[in-house]
Design a protein around this ligand. Structure first.
Ligand code: PMP
Length: 354
């Protein structure tokens, strides 16, 4: 055959989600909250209005307006995507010409590197400090020294759960001419967002998602907020009808339910704090847990002496968490699910088989 696959994609493996049924799912950083009956009713009413034979609004106007109002940003600078994953892949595919380099941090959302590799975008990996925090000064130096065109990172960070304060993010943005692409997927759980400044700096783009605190992972909705110039390009490179009509309607309903969103985030944060405190208590008593990181997200990141064994033992007890090398990433569940996790974890550690 005359056709050959590009080298960059030949060896790629399809994404492997955790399969099987688990009583407790704490592996994907989703919200554990179900829709409220009134929201379900609103969804069902909106479904009646959708003209399924027609394409959806290509610019998801009502959805973007609801987003802009909720976060207090200019609607003209907001673009919606089929999950922030679509946006990340478009950035890697279309925003870098030959010789332009993207940089990401070691220990950050894995898809950044995967998309860069897939689309042949040169990508440098910046190390974090030993405690997995980010040094602004070192990063600025790195960007300069390696002639980096853009830096992409999550804040707060998945998987480390650590956050870089607003003032530090701004020192970074102001200290470089590189484009700073800031993925604030978990910022609803922290109060250090710079989203309101998107558009004010020519080198800042902020990404958000409805998959975490908003509780709509199934609907696949992500957003970019950035300058008019970059917004124009984002709208030009996305596929025309990228966000389907059902998701547009569902996202709009949730993003206009301010009371629900505030209460949901507060409740999730409370449960994560409780989970974190219990894991810290366990760490103080069990030497198998090396370190529990101070989280500002809806999950807790910990280092243990044998994370694979703990991960497998939890799976056998029908609890799914995420294994990441020597670390475990555990999304908060509700109080009942967290209690179950801690109970089983204690039992596993006491069995002493580790
Ligand atoms: N960014 C980060 C940091 C994430 O953790 C995730 C989901 N795990 C995403 C982006 C992708 O989110 P979405 O569901 O909007 O594609």
């Amino acid at each position: 055959m005359k056709y050959t696959l590009p080298q960059a994609v030949q060896g790629l493996e399809p994404y492997q989600p955790i399969v099987g049924r688990y009583n407790v799912r704490l592996d994907a950083n989703e919200s554990y909250l179900q829709l409220e009956p009134l929201q379900a009713q609103a969804f069902s009413d909106r479904l009646q209005e959708i003209e399924f034979n027609r394409y959806p609004d290509p610019y998801a106007n009502r959805l973007c307006e609801a987003f802009a109002t909720y976060y207090g940003v200019n609607r003209d600078l907001v673009t919606a995507f089929n999950g922030s994953d679509e946006l990340l892949s478009l950035l890697a595919a279309a925003f870098f010409s030959d010789g332009q380099k993207l940089a990401v941090f070691d220990q950050d959302f894995s898809m950044y590197r995967i998309y860069a590799e897939m689309f042949g975008t040169a990508c440098e990996i910046i190390p974090k400090r030993e405690d997995l925090t980010i040094s602004v000064e070192d990063t600025l130096q790195y960007l300069e020294k390696h002639n980096i065109s853009a830096l992409l990172f999550s804040n707060p960070c998945n998987p480390t759960s650590l956050g870089l304060k607003r003032e530090d993010v701004l020192r970074l943005v102001e200290g470089t001419e590189a484009l700073i692409i800031l993925d604030e997927a978990y910022m609803d759980f922290w109060d250090q967002s710079v989203i309101k400044l998107a558009g004010k700096y020519e080198n800042l783009m902020v990404l958000r998602t409805c998959s975490k605190a908003i509780g709509l992972a199934a609907a696949r909705i992500g957003f970019a907020v950035t300058t008019p110039k970059l917004t124009k390009v984002l709208r030009a490179v996305k596929s025309p009808y990228n966000v389907n009509a059902v998701s547009q309607a569902f996202g709009e309903i949730l993003l206009t339910d301010e009371r629900f969103l505030q209460e949901a985030a507060e409740e999730i944060i409370e449960n994560r704090k409780q989970l974190q405190a219990e894991l810290e208590e366990l760490a103080a008593a069990a030497r198998e847990i090396v370190r529990v990181y101070p989280s500002c997200t809806n999950f807790v990141y910990l280092e243990t002496k044998d994370s694979r064994k703990i991960y497998e033992a939890l799976q056998q007890r029908s609890i799914a968490v995420r294994l990441m090398g020597k670390h475990l990433r555990i999304s908060t569940g509700n109080a009942h699910e967290n209690r179950k996790l801690i109970r089983e974890l204690k039992a596993i550690l006491q069995e002493g088989s580790l």
